[in-house]
Design a protein around this ligand. Structure first.
Ligand code: THU
Length: 136
């Protein structure tokens, strides 16, 4: 998909955000290793801690489909700033995204900026850190 199409789809998705408490809308599209796109929005809950972010919502769909890699991640929020993923989402993304892969963040004014994932999360708790402890 071209960036213009991604922008249009994110704009559409943003309307599906369920955010009655914060009124802060988030939509995310992730592209997997097969070239398929998966969508997510933030889904809030009256028990606030049960809220799921847009990024994790999209990634659960990617993994459920059988894919295991986020090739590109596109994010849009209702803010006029470029809002990066929260810490929990960065950690969640890091499980499936290569540090050199691309993240595009849109603001509410049709502008976007590009980051390499490694610039959003320069260091993290990873499989490399604890590989001796993982037994499959
Ligand atoms: N939110 C996301 O969807 N993604 C983030 O990375 C940060 C926060 C959502 C959670 C909540 O519904 C709203 O934004 C305000 O925090």
């Amino acid at each position: 998909m071209e960036i213009k199409q991604i922008y249009l789809k994110l704009t559409e998705l943003l309307k599906n955000s369920y955010s009655p408490y914060s009124k802060f809308k988030v939509a995310c599209i992730v592209k997997d290793e097969y070239g398929n796109y998966h969508h997510g929005v933030n889904i809030e809950n009256i028990s606030f801690g049960a809220t799921i972010c847009g990024e994790r919502s999209a990634i659960t769909s990617l993994v459920t489909s059988g894919a295991r890699e986020i090739k590109e991640l596109y994010l849009m929020t209702s803010s006029d700033k470029f809002v990066p993923p929260c810490g929990i989402c960065l950690q969640f993304i890091s499980e499936f995204m290569h540090p050199k892969s691309s993240v595009y963040i849109f603001d509410s004014n049709k502008r976007y900026k590009h980051w390499l994932f490694e610039n959003l999360l320069p260091t993290s708790f990873s499989k490399e850190n604890n590989k001796d402890d993982i037994h499959e």
